[in-house]
Design a protein around this ligand. Sequence first.
Ligand SMILES: NC(=O)c1ccc[n+]([C@@H]2O[C@H](COP(=O)([O-])OP(=O)(O)OC[C@H]3O[C@@H](n4cnc5c(N)ncnc54)[C@H](O)[C@@H]3O)[C@@H](O)[C@H]2O)c1
Length: 325
Amino acid sequence: MKILVTGGAGYIGSHACKALAAAGFEPVTYDNLSRGNRWAVKWGALEVGDIGDAVRLRAVLDQHQPAAVVHFAAFAYVGESVENPNLYYQNNVCGSATLLRTITEYKPIPVVFSSTCATYGIPDQVPIPEGHPQRPINPYGFTKLVVERILADLDRAYGLRSVSLRYFNAAGGDPDGDIGEAHDPETHLIPLVLAAARDGTAVTVFGDDYDTKDGTCVRDYIHVADLADAHVRALKYLLSGGATCALNLANAHGYSVMEVIETAKRVCGKPIQVKMAPRRAGDPAALIGSSERAREKLGWIPARSSLEMQLTDAWNWMRKPQSSR
Ligand SMILES: NC(=O)c1ccc[n+]([C@@H]2O[C@H](COP(=O)([O-])OP(=O)(O)OC[C@H]3O[C@@H](n4cnc5c(N)ncnc54)[C@H](O)[C@@H]3O)[C@@H](O)[C@H]2O)c1
């Protein structure tokens, strides 16, 4: 059974393709390679194309006849979305709207969508349940909320069922070392901390006066292999007739920036220099998710939840020679 994976050349999408193939599906990556890597497409075909290109999309749908779509393709940097919101509304909203219109015109096959905890904004409570108000505080989070709303409307109008997976902070790499995180530029904390350990450079910590255990921001890190597993489960749920829903993917446990750095020192066996900087606008003090609903609906239980494990897999990937990619 073929599954169309938009953004399958990216970090999380490529790990999901590996998990889909292991579960007996045939992933077909649809990616414009704007931020992904050709070498990361190792399980199934690569169709180069843009989600905003309805003609190309329709040709790929007709050619491969997928049973479902997993939609990762997006731009995903909060800071960039604040500086250049046009880019984000065009790619994440207009691109997704074109993709979803093309799918409904083809046939209403189910969709698993990459949403985010950034749709919640500043939380009233942690761990955040799915019923928490969604009040994004940056364009990136808002683009993802719009797509969630489009999906709800498409179900009502055309019977297009979907699962929106609201990930917290993706981390780690493939436990077998086949693939891993490779963004350029990199903005995620864990690869930045590990690069600082590897290169002997300093990592910048934005804000140490938050109302948290040590004053630095607290985030819920979730292993990319656990995210990949959740996508396979969400797909099986939809293919067996499951109803549209939104689910958090989180560990319900937060680590502060300083805890990440201290754990990274142990994992890498190296010192890490820290440079303190003022808070960044729009960074909530703590984001921790409840994933009770994913456990109930999908039977999903993260298997690689410890921070040590996430850092170890990311570190092993980072130290792999680039020539092996
Ligand atoms: N990384 C995280 O912590 C995190 C957290 C929450 C949600 N997400 C969401 O998960 C998804 C994947 O994130 P990631 O970290 O793997 O990002 P990524 O940048 O590594 O992957 C995104 C992929 O989408 C492709 N793409 C972008 N725009 C496209 C377009 N118009 N047409 C075709 N392909 C296009 C890129 O080339 C890239 O391969 C994104 O939708 C992101 O918003 C990520």
